[in-house]
Design a protein around this ligand. Structure first.
Ligand SMILES: Nc1ncnc2c1ncn2[C@@H]1O[C@H](COP(=O)(O)OP(=O)(O)O)[C@@H](O)[C@H]1O
Ligand SMILES: O=P(O)(O)O[C@H]1O[C@H](CO)[C@@H](O[C@H]2O[C@H](CO)[C@@H](O)[C@H](O)[C@H]2O)[C@H](O)[C@H]1O
Length: 441
């Protein structure tokens, strides 16, 4: 009975990865009582012969107050079952558990060495619930509950705790995490960090600048328009280089030679193959993309590799009154953990952010009558901020040599190919944004 209720409910959740496909079976793999009226469940969802596992906090109440009505999953024997992530009276147990390093039937709640956790703030679910659910406790902490579970330590926990131990700048302080064994492997279920209460998302800041530019008279250049972002783009470049330096110091590094460079080009091609099969609009660009990837195969110099962010864009950075802070070191969602933890060229992150300036510049263009004129201004905005970011990156000690141009270009194009797939699946009206990256310039 509970299984059926959960199957119907889970398929409607924003974070459920198998939307649009029928659920063949849902089973409960683990069910731990965390506190009175609060259970922690790991469920396995079977679709088309494949299995994904998700976690949920199951609340139980005899009467569900109105403020929790939206979280109702169903009623069994007169007991209301609901998503307790939305119930601050229940989620306070997670904070208490981490503060006291508690364990419950295989579920381990931990705090970072030396971190003092104030257990008084109550939580709210962060509005933009996407692939995960984030709980914000007062203005002190943000605890990300990873919904779809992949066995292993989450790269975000791994990286942020390693950088914090080095007292690295540009990261949000880690406080605690929750873990359990999945298939015999210690697996991160949740990760809690400092909440940057007085900070703005990089994407929102960039868009404010772009809007100003669109609203301004045509003769006004990107540099003259109000809300110029280039100073911030430069600072972000500096911060990015510093984070790369810290990652290289905290984790192993290597250099890859000719045959591994060829393998990298092959992986760009594989991604392209998959994306073309999914999105036919990519077809006219295949030959130009192949040429760009071939340039990589011709490289003769060794390429330095290290741990990187992996899914770097303006939505992953926040501007505090002091400086930029980098968030979400999880890598590209949906990729296998081994791939997300693999060493890579830091140019991959540089390329990700360059793409993001293009995104910010272009995303308001779609469907606007005056688009041709705006297109020019959008391009000017993107060019200016991309250049400023690269200047900052060099200023911060990041190295982009002349021989790196082919690799940087290939990373950028490959990111755009990934974005084409991402937009086709999630936001089809945004598809023209990454497609514009393939136009000859
Ligand atoms: N430490 C933090 N302080 C303040 N806001 C944060 C923090 N971490 C994340 N956020 C907010 O949550 C949003 C989503 O966070 P993110 O880690 O990118 O989650 P997801 O993996 O679901 O994309 C960010 O764009 C930001 O607005
Ligand atoms: O933030 P996530 O880890 O969930 O990353 C995924 O979603 C992103 C969108 O939210 C997506 O980023 C793309 O859109 C951004 C604007 O919304 C833009 O700044 C990025 O440059 C662009 O790639 C990201 O690719 C995806 O992995």
């Amino acid at each position: 009975m509970l299984n059926e209720l959960l199957a119907a409910w889970i398929s409607r959740q924003r974070w459920f990865g198998g939307k649009g496909r029928p659920i063949d079976e849902l089973s409960i793999d683990a069910d731990v009582v965390l506190a009175p009226g609060l259970r922690h469940l790991i469920v396995a969802v079977w679709q088309d012969g494949s299995r994904d596992r998700y976690q949920l906090l199951l609340g139980e109440r005899d009467d569900l107050p109105d403020r929790l009505a939206h979280a109702l999953i169903g009623t069994i024997d007169g007991v209301c079952l609901y998503d307790a992530a939305h119930d601050p009276e229940r989620t306070s147990w997670l904070l208490d558990g981490m503060a006291r390093d508690e364990g419950r039937s295989g579920l381990r709640m931990r705090h970072v060495e030396g971190a003092e956790i104030d257990t008084s703030p109550r939580s709210m679910v962060l509005g933009a619930e996407q692939s995960n659910t984030s709980l914000v406790y007062g203005d002190a902490y943000i605890c990300k509950i990873f919904r779809r579970l992949i066995p292993g330590v989450n790269p975000e926990l791994e990286i942020v705790t390693a950088l914090a131990a080095r007292k690295a700048p540009h990261i949000a302080r880690p406080y605690g995490w929750i873990e359990a064994d999945l298939d015999g492997t210690g697996t991160t279920l949740a990760f809690m960090q400092e909440f940057l209460s007085n900070a703005n998302d990089g994407w929102d800041l960039a868009l404010t600048s772009v809007r100003d530019l669109y609203a301004s008279a045509p003769e006004i250049t990107a540099a003259e328009a109000g809300g110029d972002f280039a100073g911030e783009a430069r600072r972000l470049g500096v911060a990015t280089a510093r984070v790369h330096e810290e990652l290289a110091a905290a984790f192993p590094t290597a250099v890859i030679e000719t045959h591994e460079i060829k393998r990298m080009a092959e992986s760009f091609r594989r991604r392209l193959g998959r994306a073309v099969a999914e999105v036919p609009e990519l077809r006219p660009h295949v030959s130009a993309l192949e040429d760009a990837y071939h340039e990589v195969e011709l490289l003769t110099d060794a390429v330095p590799v290290q741990r990187v962010h992996g899914d770097y864009h303006l939505g992953q950075v926040m501007r505090t009154p002091l400086d930029w802070v980098v968030l979400d070191f999880e890598g590209e969602p949906g990729q296998p953990l081994a791939e997300r933890r693999a060493l890579s060229s830091p140019l991959r992150d540089v390329a990700g952010m360059l793409r993001s300036f293009d995104y910010a510049a272009r995303h308001l263009l779609a469907g606007r009558a005056e688009a041709a004129d705006l297109e020019e201004r959008a391009q000017a905005w993107a060019d200016r901020n991309r250049a400023a970011f690269l200047e900052g990156y060099a200023e911060g000690g990041g190295v982009i040599g002349r021989a790196d141009a082919a690799l940087l270009r290939a990373f950028e194009l490959s990111k755009a190919v990934y974005e084409v797939g991402y937009e086709a699946r999630n936001r089809p009206t945004w598809l023209p944004i990454p497609l514009a990256a393939f136009r000859p310039r």
